[in-house]
Design a protein around this ligand. Structure first.
Ligand SMILES: [Zn+2]
Length: 325
C-alpha cells in the first residue's frame, strides 16, 4: 500500500475541518437528527458501550453521544483536528470520558473483538479500499458490536437525472464506485495538483462489501434530502430541517439522497466488557501489546510510535511524514 494513495491527510496545508462546516448547518442538523434516531433504535444500551468516533475530527458529533456513551474514543488521522477537539471537549460535562487517538482507519490500533460501537460520518468517501476497511472493522468489532457509517451516495437523485439526460443512466447506476474529480476549492487532505482521494459509492456495493466481510446489514437510511443549493438559499434552515425530519420519517429507505447511513452488526451477542478500550490499544502494524518507552509507545516487535502531542495517543501507521506528498 502506498500511503500517498490511501490516506487523506487533513494535517496538510493547515486544513481546518470546522471551516468546512460553516454554511452547512442544514447538513449538520440532518445528520444529528438521523443519528439520534439510529442510536435509539439500534443501540438502546449505549450507556454500556464505548464509542469510537472514527474520523471524529474536532468532535462535531460528540455532544450527541458524549453524555450517554460509557466511554468515548475520538479518533482521527489528523492530530491537529484532535487538538481542536480537546479544546472544545475540555469545556463539556463529559470531558473525563474522552480519549483522543490518532490512527489510520485501515489499521485500527485496537485488540481483536474490542470495539462496542463505531460511528463514522463523512469518512468513507476518503476510503479507496472499502473491502480492506470492512475487513478491519469485522476483526475489531466485538460480537454484537454495531457500526453506523455514513457514505456519499453515487446514485443520488441529481446524479441520476444528469445521467438520464446524457442517456447513460443504466451503466452509471451499475458502477459500484465513482472517483470524484479533484477541485482546488474543495480540496481536502491533499496538496494542490494531486488526485483526490474521494469516492462516491452505490448502496448495493456498500451492502455487498459489508456482507462479504462477515457483517450483518441492519439497514440503510437516507439523509440530506434537501441538499440542493437553490433550496438552501431560499428556504430558512430551520424549515428545511423540519422538512428533512419529515422525509426521514416517511421515506427512510428512499436511497436517492447524497448521503446514506448503513447500520452494521457483527454476529453474536453483545456482552459488556470490564476492560476499557483505552487499555485494549494495540500496535496498528502487528496487533501486539504496547508499552511506554521514553517519548514513544513501542510494541513487542519493535514498532515505535513517537508521542509528540500532549493528550493524544498517536498510533498512526503510516506516519504523517510518509503521507506528505
Ligand atoms: Zn508492532
Amino acid at each position: 500500500m502506498n500511503p500517498k494513495d490511501f490516506v487523506a491527510n487533513y494535517e496538510l496545508n493547515s486544513y481546518r475541518y470546522s471551516d468546512f462546516w460553516k454554511g452547512r448547518e442544514y447538513e449538520h442538523v440532518a445528520e444529528v437528527t438521523l443519528l439520534t434516531f439510529l442510536l435509539k433504535k439500534y443501540v438502546p444500551d449505549v450507556n454500556k458501550r464505548e464509542i469510537v468516533d472514527l474520523g471524529g475530527a474536532y468532535g462535531r458529533l460528540a455532544p450527541l453521544y458524549g453524555s450517554t456513551a460509557k466511554q468515548v474514543v475520538l479518533a482521527d488521522y489528523s492530530s491537529n483536528e484532535l487538538l481542536e477537539g480537546q479544546n472544545r471537549i475540555v469545556l463539556s460535562p463529559y470531558k473525563e470520558k474522552v480519549k483522543f487517538v490518532a490512527l489510520n482507519a485501515y489499521r485500527l490500533p485496537f485488540a481483536l473483538n474490542s470495539i462496542d460501537l463505531l460511528l463514522s460520518v463523512r469518512v468513507m468517501h476518503h476510503l479507496k479500499d472499502l473491502p480492506l476497511f470492512f475487513t478491519e472493522l469485522g476483526k475489531t468489532l466485538v460480537p454484537g458490536g454495531i457500526a453506523i457509517i455514513e457514505f456519499a451516495n453515487k446514485n443520488h437523485l441529481l446524479a441520476l437525472m444528469r445521467h438520464l439526460v446524457r442517456l447513460d443512466v443504466v451503466p452509471y447506476k451499475r458502477l459500484p464506485v465513482l472517483r470524484v474529480n479533484h477541485q482546488n476549492n474543495t480540496s481536502q487532505g491533499m496538496k494542490e495538483g494531486q488526485l483526490a482521494i474521494m469516492y462516491n459509492f452505490s448502496p448495493d456495493f456498500v451492502r455487498h462489501t459489508a456482507v462479504q466481510a462477515g457483517l450483518e446489514v441492519e439497514g440503510l437510511y437516507a439523509c440530506s434530502f434537501w441538499r440542493i443549493p437553490l433550496l438552501k438559499k431560499i428556504i430558512p434552515t430551520g424549515w428545511l430541517n423540519r422538512l428533512e425530519a419529515l422525509m426521514q420519517q416517511i421515506a427512510p429507505h428512499w436511497l436517492i439522497t447524497p448521503s446514506v447511513f448503513i447500520v452494521l452488526k457483527k454476529p453474536g451477542e453483545f456482552i459488556e466488557s470490564s476492560i476499557l478500550l483505552g487499555e485494549r490499544l494495540r500496535c496498528p502494524t502487528c496487533c501486539t501489546l504496547l508499552h511506554a518507552e521514553k517519548s514513544a509507545l513501542v510494541c513487542s516487535n519493535g514498532h515505535r510510535f513517537e508521542q509528540a502531542k500532549k493528550g493524544i495517543i498517536d498510533l498512526r501507521d503510516p506516519r504523517p511524514e510518509q503521507v506528505d506528498f
